[in-house]
Design a protein around this ligand. Structure first.
Ligand code: SIN
Ligand code: FE2
Length: 199
């Protein structure tokens, strides 16, 4: 996609059954919720997390939190299949030894989107981002270091993984509004797993 950024088509499918089962138990322990941006907007994608830290947003800003603000309890542990998929996909893209401590799980129902942004709440920008697409297809936007840089569009399907780091670690990215449809395994939704080294 760009220097330091790779698109691994179908890469999650080898672990599909394990990933979907683990996803179900994480979401049971920490249900999806719509969070508020610092500017006061409700995000159209619903989110939850697992791992040592979860990404949260509210009126006070964006941050990583060791506890789920809804329950005050630690986020569900990172499932072993998640950890392994993140490590292996990062290695395939040239980032050996990726140790993720945070998985943000986004759920997009048809119409939901994510506007162009940078992932910059993490402590260590030498570590890449690993982004796993599941369920309904999406159009992923991948731009550059500046918000005004040209933006390329990539179709993301169930099992595709995007990895970006190094020179593209802080590149802008987003997701266009999801089109209505029905996925055989996940139904009428798209799920994205974003693995990061946050703390
Ligand atoms: C994100 O940038 O947090 C998610 C991207 C995606 O859903 O593909
Ligand atoms: Fe992001």
């Amino acid at each position: 996609m760009a220097p330091g950024a790779a698109l691994l088509r179908g890469r999650a499918l080898v672990l599909e059954a394990d990933i979907l089962a683990a996803l179900e138990s994480v979401v049971e322990a920490a249900p999806f919720r719509h969070m508020t941006t610092p500017g006061g907007f409700l995000m159209s994608a619903a989110m939850t997390s697992c791992g040592t830290a979860g990404w949260v947003t509210d009126r006070t800003g964006y941050r990583y939190d060791r506890c789920d603000p809804e329950t005050g309890k630690p986020w569900p542990a990172m499932p072993e299949s998640f950890r392994r998929l993140a490590r292996e996909a990062a290695a395939d893209a040239g980032y050996a030894g990726f140790a993720t401590d945070s998985c943000l799980i986004n759920r997009y129902l048809p119409g939901a989107r994510l506007s162009l942004h940078q992932d910059k709440n993490e402590r260590d920008f030498t570590q890449p981002i690993v982004s796993v697409s599941l369920g309904l297809p999406a159009t992923f936007q991948f731009g550059g270091a500046k918000r005004a840089d040209p933006v390329a569009r990539y179709p993301m399907r169930h099992g595709d993984i995007a990895v970006w780091g190094g020179p593209s670690r802080l590149f802008h990215h987003g997701v266009l509004a999801i089109k209505d449809g029905e996925h055989t395994k996940l139904g009428r939704q798209r799920i994205n797993l974003t693995f990061r080294a946050a703390l």
